[in-house]
Ligand binder design. Structure first.
Ligand SMILES: [Zn+2]
Length: 478
């Protein structure tokens, strides 16, 4: 054990002392049998690195990386299935499949995973060069475990780079470290090279299709909850859950969720307007509306359609189906942790009703107050809870329509604008018309939007239309 620790310390120290250029020139020390020299280690350095190795930080980081790899594998599998889909019905089925449910499940914890990754990186940068070197050492070592690992780690490096100022003080402080990392098949921040690499290695990254046929079967996450025998269906899910399939061929509605964001929402909107195209639609969270009232005010004054995306982005489908807090998935456990501590089991159902009221009814009211007009449009976080009776009852009560999608950019996982654009265009070509899902809280979504706008203008066969263009949508006030 001590030998391993010393070996690890020396790896880290060599890495640290000689800057990142020395990285990966030699096999990693733990796999080397030669006894490393230890004479240059001070007692303080030894203590620091020993505690790093013993504190489980490496294991924890490996676990985070594994989550990110899983997300990458599922998204690459989605892309591969998309390529094989010939008809629009096959793409529609893909977005209701077991595979898509798995993607949604990973999506519910992805934000938390990325936050932990950023927090670890920030801690490493604050701790000094040796700890930063340890962080990158772990990341590169994970990348070496396989192609999917490498792609996931490149996505991670992009996450770090997008948050550079917060992590280490300047917009370029991560960039210089990334440039010096050895062992990646392509430069991690080269968009085109990355897109080509992912495409060339898709079958190695994706789940093998033959062994997982059930992936394409209807997903259980979209099943309705059973109604009580005497309960009548109040909400017309069939006609009020829009995906855009009734639009004329070539027509698409572009939507952005999870904002408002302090800069990206406006920049995304401007990108569409400056290209002479129709404004996109936003579905915003009340928690963010509270943080950025000025953004709301400005964008609303510019005449955008803004719908509600709930308050805190809980998984309302999971919440509705849960018999007890034990049934909650990670995102709900995280969001409701404080409220669940003192909740008596007999109060659970009543508490759930209150949460649903807060996340749907009150969120709509709050948005309505902020934009000073009635809100008639809603989108459930993760699309979860779509077609569930209990949620439909609330929609009925406040008279909102629900908007799902036919084209998913998967821009929360994919940090490369080129592959995001390609994924969207592939789906647009297959389904011919529909609602497109993006998020206005990521840099890559803004960049992908710009590339997509260029593609739309070049091809002349696509037309961006406003949400109100949906044939049959009840005339709204917005
Ligand atoms: Zn969302």
């Amino acid at each position: 054990m001590l030998k391993f620790l010393i070996a690890m310390v020396v790896t880290i120290l060599n890495f640290g002392c000689s800057n990142l250029t020395q990285k990966k020139e030699q096999p990693r020390s733990p796999s080397s049998n030669s006894s490393p020299p230890v004479s240059h280690l001070t007692a303080t350095e030894l203590a620091k690195f020993s505690s790093l190795a013993q504190s489980q930080d490496s294991k924890r980081l490996h676990l985070l990386f594994s989550h990110l790899r899983k997300a990458q594998i599922l998204v690459s599998t989605f892309d591969q299935r998309l390529e094989k889909a010939q008809k629009s019905t096959q793409v529609d089925a893909l977005l209701r499949s077991n595979l898509y449910c798995k993607i949604v499940e990973v999506r519910t914890i992805n934000e938390e995973i990325e936050e932990k990754l950023l927090a670890t990186a920030k801690g490493a940068y604050q701790n000094g060069h040796e700890t930063t070197a340890w962080f990158y050492d772990q990341l590169v070592a994970f990348a070496h475990e396989g192609i999917a690992h490498q792609v996931a780690m490149i996505q991670s490096l992009r996450v770090l780079n997008n948050q550079a100022s917060d992590l280490c003080g300047t917009p370029n402080c991560i960039l210089s470290d990334i440039k010096q990392l050895k062992g990646f098949s392509i430069p991690p921040l080269d968009n085109t090279a990355f897109a080509d690499f992912v495409k060339a290695n898709k079958s190695l990254i994706a789940i093998q299709s033959d062994s997982n046929k059930s992936d394409l079967e209807p997903g259980s996450c979209f099943e309705d909850t059973k109604r009580f025998p005497n309960q009548s269906q109040t909400y017309d899910w069939k006609n009020r859950n829009w995906v855009g399939s009734t639009l004329p061929d070539g027509h698409f509605i572009f939507t952005y969720d999870d904002g408002p964001h302090k800069v990206f929402s406006q920049e995304i909107g401007d990108a569409w307007i400056n290209a002479g195209l129709v404004k996109p639609t936003f579905f915003w969270l009340s928690k963010n509306i509270e943080i950025y009232p000025d953004v709301v005010k400005k964008i609303n004054a510019q005449g955008y359609i803004i719908g509600s995306h709930s308050d805190r982005h809980a998984d309302l489908g999971n919440l509705t189906k849960a018999q007890s807090p034990d049934d909650f998935n990670k995102v709900n456990k995280h969001i409701f942790a404080d409220e669940l501590i003192n909740l008596a089991p007999e109060d659970f159902e009543e508490w759930k009703n209150q949460v649903l009221d807060r996340e749907i009814v009150r969120a709509v009211k709050q948005l309505s107050l902020a934009i000073e007009k009635p809100v008639r449009y809603f989108r459930l976080p993760y699309g979860s809870g779509t077609k569930q009776s209990k949620i439909g009852d609330l929609f009925q009560r406040i008279d909102v329509d629900h908007f799902f999608w036919r084209v998913d950019s998967l821009d929360w996982q994919d940090k490369n604008p080129e592959t995001i654009r390609d994924r969207v265009l592939t789906q647009m070509s297959s389904v011919k018309s529909g609602i497109v899902l993006f998020h206005d809280v990521h840099l890559q979504s803004l960049e992908a939007t710009k590339l997509l706008i260029q593609a739309i203008r070049d091809s002349k066969k696509w037309k961006a239309v406003p949400l109100k263009a949906l044939p049959g949508l009840k005339e709204g006030i917005q």
